[in-house]
Write a protein that binds this ligand. Structure first.
Ligand SMILES: C[S@@+](CC[C@H](N)C(=O)[O-])C[C@H]1O[C@@H](n2cnc3c(N)ncnc32)[C@H](O)[C@@H]1O
Length: 367
């Protein structure tokens, strides 16, 4: 029998569950959280509440699966230091750009200079990927911008702008930006806008808009981050990397069969020539959800937690945000030598009709 509405909501932690009205999109994507799209983030307000409940300002938090850096950014805002590990090079680039403390004058001057140069073209051969996924003018715009990036101290900021523009300028439909399979070359009926839309032909407009948007988001974050706090980004496989010393962990690990974290930013790897280590992703969607894939996933998370645990004092909080619909985590925690203290359930508000249905997620509090 299906549970009643009351039973479904009975054990929800209301302080961790927000409606669209309580928490509109502009709050969930405040300042640097919207520097670049990333599928599989947790929301900054959840991190904020958990940091306030389980940590003190001045402490150092580890996120072993740091992704787009939500834990790092919110730690800096809440007065903590943070270290984030990720195996995907683009995620590490994005985290570094979000969390670095900039000289505001140099940043402003460089981004405005790059903005003025959008449209400069270079004589470069484009790769098969670029020829397939971009209209000729869009490819020229992107390659021209890529050629100017190295002229600036804040080249990494411009690399993130380039990646964001490259995402928007692909030959895709508006409703399939996450994992498009084939380039869309002709006009198409758009489910999102309910009219005929055309694939994008140029990238200059995105490069200009995102350069200025990035500047204003970095400045906005500079106004709210705590002074003297730093974030460290480690690129590698968290099952093996030497880590350091921390006061606790806050993370949302990958979940089996859901997302390929390298593939979602394929254009960035192609255009920026980043190191692709997808075979080291724990729980990659490409590995599927067979019995052996689930076993490999559990082994991977156990290995990551055992490695991370060595960096913590006894009794330190280990907070894991996960929608564990396969009930893998009780055993994972036990194998990693962690004691589950509490399971907080939160109701996740979903905005779009295309993914309708109730969705819950747990915060596993262990030590
Ligand atoms: C659910 S996402 C984390 C999202 C993050 N909480 C945020 O808000 O952006 C999980 C991350 O784990 C990373 N990952 C997967 N396998 C890894 C490994 N072996 N070592 C380090 N990171 C890994 C993925 O690249 C992905 O970015």
């Amino acid at each position: 029998m299906a549970p009643t509405q009351d039973a479904l909501y009975a054990d929800i932690d209301l302080a961790l569950s927000w409606s669209e009205r309580d928490l509109p999109e502009r709050e969930r994507t405040k300042h640097v959280h919207r520097l670049h799209p990333y599928l599989g983030k947790f929301i900054p307000q959840l991190v904020e509440v958990l940091l306030a409940r389980y940590f003190r300002p001045g402490q150092h938090v580890l996120d072993p699966f740091a992704g787009s850096g939500t834990t790092l950014v919110q730690s800096l805002e809440s007065g903590l230091d943070a270290t984030g590990v990720d195996v995907a090079a683009f995620n590490c680039l994005l985290m570094k750009v979000k969390t670095r403390a900039y000289n505001p004058f140099v940043l402003e001057q460089e981004l405005r200079a790059a903005h003025a140069r959008v449209g400069e073209s270079v004589d470069q051969r484009s790769s098969t990927f670029v020829r397939r996924w971009y209209a000729p003018q869009a490819a020229r715009d992107l390659l021209g911008f890529r050629a100017l990036v190295d002229d600036y101290e804040h080249a990494d900021v411009l690399r993130v702008v380039l990646a964001r523009a490259a995402r928007s300028a692909r030959r895709t439909t508006h409703f399939d930006l996450d994992f498009p399979r084939e380039p869309q070359r002709e006009p198409y009926w758009c489910h999102k806008h309910r009219r005929e839309c055309r694939p994008v032909g140029t990238a200059a407009q995105f490069l200009r808009r995102y350069t200025l948007d990035t500047l204003s988001r970095l400045k906005e974050f500079a106004r709210v981050r705590a002074r003297g706090r730093t974030a460290t980004v480690l690129h590698g496989d968290v099952r093996e990397l030497p880590l350091g010393h921390f006061d606790g962990i806050l993370t949302s690990p990958p979940y089996p069969g859901l997302i390929d974290y390298h593939e979602q930013h394929r254009y960035a790897y192609e255009l920026l020539g980043l190191d692709d280590r997808r075979e080291l992703e724990v729980g990659a969607a490409a590995a599927g959800t067979s019995r052996s894939a689930l076993a490999a996933y559990s082994d991977g998370i156990v290995a990551a937690l055992l490695n991370a645990k060595q960096s913590l004092p006894k009794g330190a909080p280990v907070l894991i945000v996960v929608n564990d619909r396969r009930d893998l985590y009780p055993e994972i925690l036990e194998r990693a030598g962690l004691r589950l203290e509490e399971r907080l359930r939160r109701h996740v508000n979903r905005r779009t009709g295309r993914r309708a249905g109730e969705f819950f997620e747990d915060v596993l509090i262990s030590r």
